[in-house]
Design a binder for this molecule. Structure first.
Ligand code: MN
Ligand code: MN
Length: 451
């Protein structure tokens, strides 16, 4: 099962299971372009599986299924095990934010007969990939009286879409001589918003009237809004054999979804299962909803207290005795750019879940370099459960690098290793994954939670 193509020996049933699982994922991905949506979708799936809000539960016992939402942007799920929580948890950690463009606090301006919305990009993007691509605006606006307005424009096929213009090729002779990182500048990633006016009002005044009438919002309401500009494309099968899925935000919904599906399947577990879905990974896991937040720790403390264990040291013990998979994507070997990868240590499509002992950059800087002892445990779990798996690095040494949330939870002295789905076009508006790897991640996550 190690470094073996899944389809080499796949039964018709297995192939069907792989394809069926991807259908559920495509729905999830379509509805989870931003972290707030992902939280809602996860809570919906959890409630359908009889998970209860931890806030509403006074006392917990083995077998209880619980969830807790943090500020509408991250969420944690538990299935309480038969062993005491101090024996440690089995944790799957993924993130639900993806690279995108955020509207600035004061985004609206008029220029040469248009209104435009100014953005600030979020996460690592190749800016040139985001021009002339269909875009949606999704998020929330809180007015000054506290009223909340949900925004989702561009996803429904009857909605208008947005976009960022690019200079026509006929006049691009100087633009095309620039380095790719400079050809499109961050400050030029502005959304074309409107072009109409009337007799009395210019384009900006006209659109402000329009926004007031249609949505009841004023220009200053953008200040207390979180509006995210994301690709308007839908998840679609990719390739003539439909073996892959193209879509926006596979990083990291392609690991979040199988994590949630895995914990939903858990019952009668020995160790308490936990899925933590964090925000802000793409900008360093900072802030109250990122992996660096105390939300995770506080939630485990709440579990303990609700089993009548108030000992502070119990929390430390529970965390230290835990084992975790940091469920995040890795770069797949791209046949067009295979020279960026070390073939011996690269992740391939259709070879199953990909483990990474370390991520980081240069000399493993910022890496959670997983222990050999723990990797041996992981291999045993994979082999015993017939999981197709591979071990990989992101790319060749000194080509660049990346990080995950692995090192953040490792600070509790728990064992952590990265384990996720290989992706092509990572961080592009359209990313690609293999259905077989997604399904194998789900099987691997289930096996891990039970181990
Ligand atoms: Mn990621
Ligand atoms: Mn990423």
């Amino acid at each position: 099962m190690f470094k073996t193509n899944i389809y080499k020996d796949a039964s018709d049933k297995k192939t069907k299971d792989i394809f069926d699982f991807a259908e559920g994922y495509k729905v999830f991905l379509k509805n989870s372009k931003i972290e707030r949506q992902a939280v809602k979708e996860v809570v919906k799936l959890a409630k359908e599986a009889n998970f209860e809000d931890l806030n509403d539960v006074k006392e917990i016992k083995a077998g209880d299924k619980l969830y807790k939402v943090n500020k509408n942007k991250s969420v944690i799920l538990f299935v309480v095990g038969n062993k005491p929580i101090t024996d440690g948890l089995r944790i799957l950690g993924a993130h639900i934010d993806s690279p995108r463009l955020d509207l600035k606090a004061q985004p609206l301006y008029e220029d040469n007969g248009f209104t435009l919305l100014d953005t600030h990009y979020y996460g690592g993007i190749k800016k040139y990939q985001w021009v002339t691509t269909p875009l949606s605006i999704i998020g929330v606006i809180y007015k000054k009286d506290g009223t909340r307005l949900e925004v989702n424009i561009g996803e429904d096929l009857n909605d208008p879409i947005f976009g960022i213009t690019d200079l026509l090729v006929h006049l691009s002779s100087s633009q095309l001589t620039k380095e790719a990182s400079k050809a499109i500048e961050g400050e030029d990633l502005d959304i074309t918003f409107s072009s109409m006016r009337n007799k009395d009002k210019n384009v900006k005044e006209y659109i402000l009237d329009f926004l007031k009438e249609k949505y009841g919002i004023e220009e200053t309401d953008f200040i207390s809004a979180e509006l995210e500009v994301v690709p308007a494309i839908r998840p679609r099968d990719y390739g003539i054999d439909r073996s892959m899925v193209a879509g926006y935000g596979h990083d990291d919904k392609v690991c979040a979804y199988p994590s949630v599906k895995a914990i939903i399947d858990m019952k009668d577990v020995e160790y308490t299962s936990c899925v933590i879905l964090t925000d802000k990974e793409e900008i360093g896991s900072v802030g109250a909803t990122g992996a660096h937040s105390q939300f995770f720790e506080n939630s485990v403390a709440e579990l303990l207290i609700k089993t009548n264990d108030n000992n502070y040291y119990s929390l430390k013990k529970a965390l230290e005795n835990s084992k975790m998979l940091s469920c995040d994507v890795t770069g797949a070997l791209d046949p067009l750019y295979s020279s960026a990868s070390d073939k011996k240590n690269a992740a391939f499509f259709n070879y199953g879940i990909s483990f990474e002992k370390y991520t980081g950059a240069r000399g493993k800087s910022q890496a959670n370099d997983s222990n050999a002892e723990y990797i041996s445990f992981i291999r045993k779990v994979m082999e015993e459960n017939n999981i197709y798996y591979q071990f990989a690095e992101l790319g060749k040494v000194d080509k660049g690098g990346g990080g995950t949330i692995a090192y953040i939870l490792a600070k509790y002295n728990m064992d952590v290793i990265d384990a996720g789905v290989p992706v092509l076009n990572m961080h592009a508006p359209m990313e690609i994954i293999a259905k077989a790897d997604l399904y194998e991640a789900y099987l691997a996550y289930k096996a891990f939670l039970k181990a």
